[in-house]
Unconditional design. Structure first.
Lengths: 571, 50
């Protein structure tokens, strides 16, 4: 990065953070601090919902996913529009009808205090850890590629977010997300245009798509029922629906985004905005990855995209083996390019006899290149069993640093940071709101009348959760297994929380005690299965949800229909 | 459900206020139709370039 990049990067991020803090510095009302202004329109709500979900990893990993496996990952989002319709039609009217600050406050109204505290506690546990990962995951990639100190990146992100979220709360989050998302959109469009310009002379967009398609990168919809396939139409519709329903319907970091606004209409339109645009947006980011794949068929890519990791081992005792692999890679990439050009030639000349032969040659050459890349990963592991062999997250950042002009590099680095800030800010305000409303105010009902004190407490909790996120991110550098642990913890709890909410909305005769003990039993079942079985942890979302609903129905017959409701303390 | 209802309950019947849409059911059907169309277009896109 040169001076122009630094000016764009620091100017963009600090400018938006300062703007958010300045515009919201005079907020004194708890309602505005936690929900945003009543005048918030559907456009701001829609962008805020979208920005909260699109973390930095979205813009680093998803192009890499398109590069590595093609655009089939888009199927993961197929359940999202259906989930948003359900949230808009069922969840949202209930939340607004009760005028709640948090989704868990609604559980208190619908069931009782203990179910409310259980839901809020599970959210804090899960989201509190993931706030640290939101900072750490992009910081480690940027630190590796830019050579910046990891701890400084983590503290920089944490500091910026804490400044404007403590000052302006949810209002500042919505305001900054709008501008940050504008920067993200401009940056991604610029990267797309540069990529198209950088394609070899004579290779048009249509040719590039045909190459990507012929090499298996454009299969967007897979109707296979083979359970071994990770991304299919069916896993996307079923698994994606449950995941999106629990995330958008019960996770306070999303619920808080659409609870604000002038009316139910604005919130609903904000959700429908996402239902319409989310899949096309993910498709375009994946397509960018598939086109990066085409680009690197004509320009020799690094054998392993995480070059610092590769170089660390290539200089070691196994340097001979690493050098041989690099030489083989140069030859394989050359053969591959020739084969692709030969196939393009037969395609353009519409030679029906030669085209299948040229295609088969191209596919074989491509397999050889992929095989050398696989061998490189095996060699890395042989040299160091703890080596990080997943390099797809480094594909897009490698392209940015190598091919984008100065100024745009700064903008794209700002895009990645802006995405991290977007998600983290929403998480911090959600954690602070839940701590203030569901715990502090509930346990100190007399304090509810003191508006100024409530705002001060909410600000304090925002700062504390921000500092906890930074501390966790710094700690994750020493124990990277924590990140996987956070994902597992999320899956273990998400399903049960969704189960509680589905009972609340669809099983009206079930009371608080029945659902509370059912949730505890379902949680024990999930934890026991996790400790004793070896199944993919994503399945626990479905198991936890189904068990919570089934146990609630069983306990209803034992304990009788609903009885107690929250007296409304702190509501 | 129990408890007093807030003024927000009145907005349950609020129309979407979009040209051509009189009910939220119509909006949801449109969104669902767009989703189905987009999936079909994605499938056709993959088939065309394979």
């Amino acid at each position: 990065m040169n001076i122009a990049d630094w000016v764009v990067f620091l100017g963009t991020l600090s400018g938006i953070a300062a703007y958010g803090s300045w515009r919201t510095r005079q907020i004194r009302s708890l309602n505005t601090y936690l929900k945003g202004r009543r005048s918030t329109g559907w456009g701001t709500i829609g962008l805020s919902v979208m920005a909260t979900q699109a973390s930095a990893v979205t813009f680093l990993s998803i192009p890499g996913q398109g590069f590595e496996s093609g655009i089939g990952f888009v199927q993961n989002y197929f359940g999202l529009p259906l989930a948003l319709i359900i949230v808009s039609g069922v969840f949202l009217p209930m939340y607004r009808r009760f005028g709640v600050y948090t989704a868990y406050e609604f559980l208190g109204r619908r069931f009782d205090w203990k179910t409310r505290l259980l839901g809020a506690g599970l959210f804090l546990l899960q989201r509190g850890f993931s706030a640290g990962v939101t900072i750490y995951a992009p910081a480690i990639i940027l630190s590796t590629m830019l050579g910046w100190r990891l701890d400084l990146i983590i503290v920089f992100i944490g500091f910026l977010v804490i400044v404007y979220t403590v000052t302006g709360g949810s209002e500042a989050v919505s305001l900054t997300q709008k501008w940050q998302f504008a920067v993200i959109s401009i940056g991604m469009v610029a990267a797309f245009i540069v990529l198209l310009i950088e394609l070899p002379v004579g290779l048009g967009f249509d040719d590039a798509l045909h190459i990507a398609g012929a090499l298996g990168k454009l299969q967007a919809v897979d109707t296979s029922i083979d359970p071994g396939r990770r991304y299919t139409l069916w896993t996307g519709l079923l698994g994606g629906l449950f995941l999106a329903l629990s995330y958008f319907g019960t996770d306070q970091s999303q619920v808080q985004r659409y609870l604000g606004g002038d009316s139910l209409r604005e919130s609903r339109l904000g959700l429908m905005f996402n239902a319409l645009l989310k899949i096309p947006m993910q498709f375009l980011i994946l397509l960018l990855g598939a086109l990066l794949f085409v680009f690197y068929q004509f320009e020799r890519p690094p054998l392993f995209f995480n070059q610092p990791e590769w170089q660390r081992h290539a200089q070691g005792p196994e340097r001979g083996a690493f050098s041989t692999l690099e030489q083989r890679h140069v030859v394989a990439v050359g053969d591959n390019e020739k084969a692709i050009r030969a196939w393009l030639q037969t395609r353009r000349s519409e030679d029906a006899a030669l085209e299948p032969i040229a295609r088969a040659t191209m596919l074989e050459a491509n397999r050889q290149t992929a095989a050398v890349r696989s061998e490189a990963k095996v060699a890395l592991l042989a040299a160091d069993p703890r080596a990080k062999t997943k390099d797809s997250d480094y594909v897009f950042i490698t392209f940015i640093l190598a091919k984008l002009p100065h100024g745009l590099i700064g903008l794209l680095i700002a895009v990645i940071f802006a995405a991290a800030l977007n998600s983290l800010a929403a998480e911090l305000t959600a954690l602070s709101t839940t701590t203030t409303i569901d715990f502090w105010r509930y346990l100190r009902p007399l304090a509810a009348a003191d508006e100024a004190r409530n705002v001060r407490v909410a600000r304090l909790f925002t700062a504390l959760w921000g500092l906890a996120g930074v501390a966790f991110a710094l700690l994750a550098g020493f124990a990277e297994n924590l990140i996987e642990a956070v994902n597992i913890v999320g899956s273990i709890f998400y399903g049960v929380v969704l189960g509680i909410f589905l009972v609340a909305f669809f099983f009206r005769r079930v009371g608080g005690s029945a659902v509370f003990f059912a949730a505890l039993a379902a949680q024990v079942l999930v934890v026991t299965m996790f400790l004793s079985l070896n199944i993919g942890y994503l399945w626990y979302n479905l198991i936890g949800c189904a068990a919570c609903i089934a146990f609630s129905m069983l306990l209803r017959t034992v304990l009788g229909s609903r009885a107690s409701t929250d007296p409304g303390r702190g509501a | 459900m129990t408890g007093p209802l807030s003024p927000d309950q009145r907005s349950d019947a609020e129309p979407p206020g979009l040209p051509g849409f009189h009910t939220w059911r119509g909006v949801y059907l449109f969104v669902f139709g767009w989703f189905v169309l987009f999936v079909i277009l994605l499938a056709a896109f993959g088939r065309h370039f394979s």
